[in-house]
Design a protein around this ligand. Structure first.
Ligand code: BTN
Length: 236
């Protein structure tokens, strides 16, 4: 495990690693991981299906560690996942980000991020579909895909998490803006330059702002969206 990590809890089952961390007094640089979650939480009150084979973990880190706005730090964590997945041999390379934090592979959802700030720490939880498969009858907001489905083989969850920590922690602690730069995030955004619907409003996604907000053009005006979901993306 990365030397910065003070506590690493590995639970065979948890209701939610995010909830576990929230209710705990674990110090910053703690990580809680579970093989399955029975009440996995997604963004905006949604649930996160967490069957065996997926990677589910929450990391607590001190807010003071980075001078970047929290939203960009979290997007940086998602970016680390994209980079890592992209580097895996014999795996498709078409990974992208859907604002704010959906990780996509071939336009389908391969992972998601849930972040919560409490006083002087940020708890950031990642759910990555790795060796799991999906109930074809379930109704998902975005069609899901797993790494195994995309790459045609199984992946080692310990190895993936260790590699992510190797990328994220140094970027978070030492980066003065280059890793979490808006340009790097924009480069990966599937939504950029497209017609989208966010929070029920239609417009064109034109960039990421200084705080990680989505910059949209709506009826000839610029609007900044700080929270919400991209509900619809025009496919070309
Ligand atoms: C989303 O895309 O809606 C965010 C999903 C976040 C899921 C992860 S799995 C580990 C951690 N524990 C939870 O209950 N949720 C996050």
């Amino acid at each position: 495990m990365h030397p910065e990590i003070k506590t690493h809890l590995y639970l065979p089952e948890s209701i939610s690693t995010q909830e576990y961390l929230r209710q705990s007094s674990l110090p910053p640089w703690s990580i809680v991981r579970a093989s399955i979650q029975t009440g996995g939480r997604g963004r905006n009150g949604r649930r996160w299906d967490s069957p065996p084979g997926g990677l589910y973990y929450s990391l607590r880190y001190p807010t003071e560690v980075s001078s970047q706005p929290p939203a960009l730090q979290i997007m940086g964590g998602a970016l680390c996942w994209l980079e890592l997945l992209q580097e895996l041999p014999e795996t498709p390379k078409d990974f992208s980000l859907k604002w704010p934090n959906d990780l996509l592979c071939r336009g389908k959802k391969i992972g998601g991020v849930l972040a919560e700030q409490h006083a002087d720490v940020i708890d950031v939880g990642f759910g990555i579909n790795v060796n799991n498969f999906f109930d074809e009858l379930a109704n998902y907001r975005l069609p899901p895909i797993s790494l195994s489905e995309a790459g045609g083989r199984r992946y080692n969850l310990d190895d993936l998490l260790a590699r992510w920590l190797e990328k994220f922690i140094p970027a978070l602690c030492r980066d003065a803006g280059s890793f979490f730069s808006r340009r790097r995030i924009q480069d990966k955004l599937i939504t950029l330059g497209r017609e989208v619907v966010v929070n029920g409003k239609r417009g064109k996604a034109v960039g990421i702002g200084e705080q990680g907000e989505l910059i949209m053009e709506m009826d000839g005006k610029v609007e900044l969206i700080f929270a919400g979901d991209v509900e619809e993306v025009q496919q070309y």
